[in-house]
Write a protein that binds this ligand. Structure first.
Ligand code: DHK
Length: 163
């Protein structure tokens, strides 16, 4: 079973409360429950982490080398500032899917230019919490489980990074 680390950055523990006109009213616990439900169908094993601290996120991304086959990350406000998270992601060889609940491209100048997008396999934004589910689906399709047909992808999938 493929292991997916789901990482959420600063202030996402406040989902459902913070700026609901931007991020909606769904809590992080509810987002995670939806991910678990989807994971059961997709044949993925999930590990959830949320931190408000850059170094903790860097440590988790480094640990993913041993603990995960793919990463789904919402780096939140650190998307726009963190060279350290960007560099940590470069050390991870599997797919890394960047998710934003809001459409960062339609927001103010502070929230438009993600450094993480330079190193992510794919980016999903503006689709609300569904973005996490779509990212997981991409991971599942890019990395067939033993229970699937056994066919290997022959073309570069959105969940794979170019060399
Ligand atoms: C969440 C945040 O906390 C913001 O800092 C980002 C992202 C957007 C989101 O849409 O999930 O700009």
């Amino acid at each position: 079973m493929k292991r997916v680390m789901i990482l959420n950055g600063p202030n996402l523990n406040m989902l459902g409360i913070r700026e609901p006109h931007i991020y909606g009213t769904t809590t992080l616990a509810e987002v995670n429950a939806g991910c678990e439900e989807a994971a059961a169908k997709l044949g993925l094993k999930l590990a959830f982490h949320q931190s408000n601290h850059e170094g903790v996120l860097v440590d988790l991304i480094q640990s993913a080398r041993q603990d995960a086959d793919a990463i789904v990350i919402n780096p939140a406000g650190l998307s726009f500032t963190s060279v350290s998270i960007m560099d940590a992601i470069k050390t991870f060889e599997g797919p890394v899917l960047e998710v934003h609940i809001s459409n960062i491209h339609a927001r103010d100048e502070y929230h438009r230019h993600s450094k993480i997008s330079f190193v992510a396999s794919g980016v999903i934004c503006g689709l609300g919490p569904s973005g996490y589910l779509l990212a997981m689906r991409s991971v599942a399709e890019a990395m067939p489980t033993a229970a699937s047909s056994g066919a290997q992808p022959t073309t570069l999938h959105s969940g794979q990074r170019a060399a």
